[in-house]
Structure formats: C-alpha cells, structure tokens
Design a binder for this molecule. Structure first.
Ligand SMILES: *[C@@H]1O[C@H](CO)[C@@H](O)[C@H](O)[C@H]1NC(C)=O
Length: 329
C-alpha cells in the first residue's frame, strides 16, 4: 500500500517534470471568457483583425484559432498568445524587389520595433514565393522582422518564408518551433539564440545563417535539428549552415542534429567573387553536431569545438526579456 502510493506519487512527479507548463498555458487553452488570462487581455475573434487589438493598447492579446490575412506592426511592449485550441496563422504576401526600392522590413508579416515582444504558438508566414517555379526566390520576404531596438522572443512558433525569413537586429530568443526558408533564412545584426528549433530547408541558397557581426552580434543554434522541408523544391540538397554577411559574422551550432540536406562542407564564403570570409575574424563553430549531414573530416572554414563554452545567460548577459517560465534557460 505504502509502496504503491509512493510509486504513484513518483510517477506523477516525473510526468510533471517532463511537460513544462508554459507561463500562459491556461489562458491559451481558454476562449473569449479569457479564463486564466492576465487582466486586461484582449480577445481576437476569428474573422477580426489582430492589428485592431494591438492598436487598442492592450498588453496581452489572445488570438482565436484561424487564419489572419494581415501585416502586423508592433511598437510597444506586447505579449501575443495564440490559442492552443487550434492553429493560429498570420499570413501576408510581399517581398523586397531587388531591382527597385523598398525594404524587407516593409514586406514582413510581423514587424516589431522599440519594444519587448513575446509570441506563443503562432504561425507567421510570408507566402510571396509559395508558388514560384523560378530558380531563385523573388527577393527578401521576411515573415518576422525585429528591429535593432527590439527585445523579442518566440515560443513554439513557426516562421515560414523562402528568402530572409527572419531578421533579428536586437536581442532575440526563439524556443522550440521552426523556421522555414530557402536563401539566408536567418539573418541579422543582433544577438540571437535558437533553442530546440527545427530548421526546414525548402531549397538551398546562401547559408542558413547570414549574419553581420560588426556591432557585436552573433547567432547560436542549440539543441535543434537542420532538415528538409515537406514542401522543399525538387533537388534540394547541399545546404550550407552559414555564410558571412560581413567578415565579423559569428555563428555557432551546438548539439544540433544535421540531416542529409546539410552540405558536408558545412560552411560557405559569401560568394566566390566577394568571399567576405576573413581567417581569425569570421567565426564559424560547431559543437557536438551529429547526423548524416555532419562529417568533421569534410567540414571547411569551421572550428569544431571540443567543449561548449556558451550558456544563454552568458551570451545575453541580461536574460530578463526571456520567459523562463516557459523556456528552460
Ligand atoms: C549532443 O547532442 C545531442 C543532441 O543532438 C544530445 O542528445 C547530447 O546530449 C549531446 N551531447 C553532449 C555531450 O552534450
């Protein structure tokens, strides 16, 4: 009897420690009653506009399951909660015309500036290239764009586009979820840490990371997987992990599973006519990579680390912008 009780309690405790409840789980499982939501949460019903709720000044918004065709602009502190009763998708189609004016920030499905921003369980898609049959994407088409002055984090979100899918200029943290792209899908100037994120290659072009390090930025991918997308273009293979947007780029993959879509050479210069790679200045690193896309003897330009020098706290210094109730940091 005592033994059985002991066993049950132990089993319950270990289950609880496996599934870490998110900070807003109760609210996200709610509906327009906003049960368990922070006070002042605004509810976005299907068929209405998310931007209206953003503009209302609410600090928290809960979004009903559905597809929202709109472009979101955020310039104040905001927590965007996707309902977990169904999928919440925000979608928009626009790209930066490489031959003309315009900027990728204007094409972005979600644009965030000057604030601390959180999003949970939301799909952000830029569909500009969803149907292209061309040999390269139409142009940069961000799904999410975080300005230099933003501190942003995404939890269990999907970021889907084809070129320059995600731009991070300030401090950025992504926990679980996925990023989808074809050319230079992760780019930025800031400090970014991707924890347990799956990278889906829809094609291979440029590098998965294309970073600028001149202002101290760096990008770390930790504990995730690099693989091929279910909707990848035919012949997708040989994807590079990164290429230098500037010669001070710093990009590290830690504890990452690399599927066969990854080029065994691993890393690339910017281009043969404009390499941008400077020995001792451009830092490409891998620690404990595994999978069919990894063979240390075939790697180029990279330093293979024998121990992991990074922690999330050490990397950012101040981690107060991260929801440590949801993410393990
Ligand atoms: C190496 O990475 C794998 C996941 O890719 C992880 O399961 C394992 O614990 C890591 N090993 C070390 C020593 O960190």
């Amino acid at each position: 009897m005592y033994l059985n009780l002991f066993f049950l309690i132990t089993a319950a405790l270990s289950l609880a420690s496996v599934a870490k409840a998110g900070t807003y789980s109760q609210c996200q499982a709610s509906d327009s009653s906003l049960q368990g939501c922070p006070s002042g949460t605004k509810y976005v019903a299907a068929g209405t506009k998310i931007q209206t709720a953003i503009d209302s000044g609410a600090a928290y918004i809960l979004i009903a399951p559905g597809t929202y065709n709109e472009q979101l602009k955020v310039s104040k502190n905001l927590v965007m909660l996707g309902s977990t009763k169904g999928t919440v998708t925000v979608t928009h189609s626009a790209y930066k015309d490489l031959s003309g004016s315009g900027a990728n920030r204007d094409a972005a499905t979600l644009y965030v500036s000057g604030s601390t921003f959180y999003a949970y369980d939301i799909v952000f898609a830029n569909t500009a290239d969803d149907k292209t049959t061309a040999s390269q994407p139409l142009g940069p088409a961000a799904a999410v764009y975080f300005e230099t002055n933003a501190k942003a984090s995404l939890y269990n979100c999907q970021v889907k586009s084809w070129q320059d899918s995600l731009y991070a200029g300030g401090n950025f943290f992504m926990y679980k979820g996925s990023v989808w792209g074809w050319v230079d899908m992760l780019y930025g100037d800031g400090k970014s840490w991707f924890s347990g994120v799956t990278i889906y290659n829809r094609g291979c072009g440029g590098g998965i990371t294309a970073w600028r390090g001149a202002s101290g930025g760096a990008v770390i991918q930790e504990g995730g997987r690099v693989t091929i997308a279910s909707d990848a273009r035919s012949g997708t293979s040989g994807c590079y992990l990164g290429r230098p947007w500037d010669s001070k780029m710093k990009s590290s993959y830690l504890n990452t599973v690399m599927d066969s879509v990854v080029n065994l050479k691993g890393w690339s210069t910017w281009s043969s006519s404009d390499p941008r790679y400077t020995e001792g200045q451009t830092i490409f690193e891998e620690y404990n990579s595994s999978g069919a896309g990894y063979d240390a003897s075939k790697r180029q330009l990279v330093k293979i680390l024998t121990s992991n020098p990074y922690t999330i706290k050490g990397f950012f210094g101040d981690t107060s912008f991260i929801d440590s109730g949801t993410a393990s940091i």
